[in-house]
Unconditional design. Structure first.
Length: 171
């Protein structure tokens, strides 16, 4: 449960999330690019960093990183069942994250429960705790603050953006 200080800090943070960005040219002080593909590639990298920064600021009052939040969301999707740390790693958005350490910290903070497989001690099953479900419920109530920048797109534009990003990754 968040303390009243955390809730006040969260409210202040939500208000501080800037919805107004700059164009790529303004942000990196470059007017000309080799071609539109180079500009698009730089724009995806820059925008990804901008979104990661917004997400980090949004989650700070909850004392969660974006990677930890991702783990909790994965586990909520499996609730009431658990999954192994290996399966969590497969599903993470950030494949470079250290899943074992994240799960250890989440357990220490009471967000998850870990159980070693009695037959294979190397396997650890992880389940989200009631405390973890509660914090996700609180965060869910404020996600519009984080996602507000995406609402500049209408549903058709959002679908097109998703299609184009998938095309870049999948060919």
């Amino acid at each position: 449960m968040m303390t009243s200080d955390q809730q006040n800090t969260a409210s202040d943070t939500y208000g501080a999330l800037s919805d107004v960005g700059t164009t790529l040219e303004e942000a990196i002080l470059q007017k000309h690019f080799k071609d539109e593909w180079v500009k698009a590639s730089l724009n995806v990298v820059y925008t990804g960093g901008w979104l990661r920064s917004r997400t980090a600021d949004f989650l700070k009052p909850f004392d969660l990183t974006a990677q930890q939040y991702n783990v909790l969301r994965i586990l909520r999707g499996q609730h009431p069942h658990g999954i192994t740390t290996l399966e969590i790693r497969r599903r993470l958005l950030d494949k470079m994250a250290d899943t074992s350490r994240m799960v250890d910290r989440l357990e220490r903070d009471g967000w998850v429960h870990k159980n070693k497989d009695p037959e294979d001690k190397r396997l650890v099953e992880v389940r989200i705790s009631d405390k973890g479900l509660n914090i996700l419920s609180i965060i869910d109530g404020h996600l519009d603050h984080l996602n507000r920048c995406m609402y500049r797109l209408d549903a058709q534009e959002a679908a097109e953006l998703n299609r184009l990003l998938d095309k870049i990754r999948c060919g």
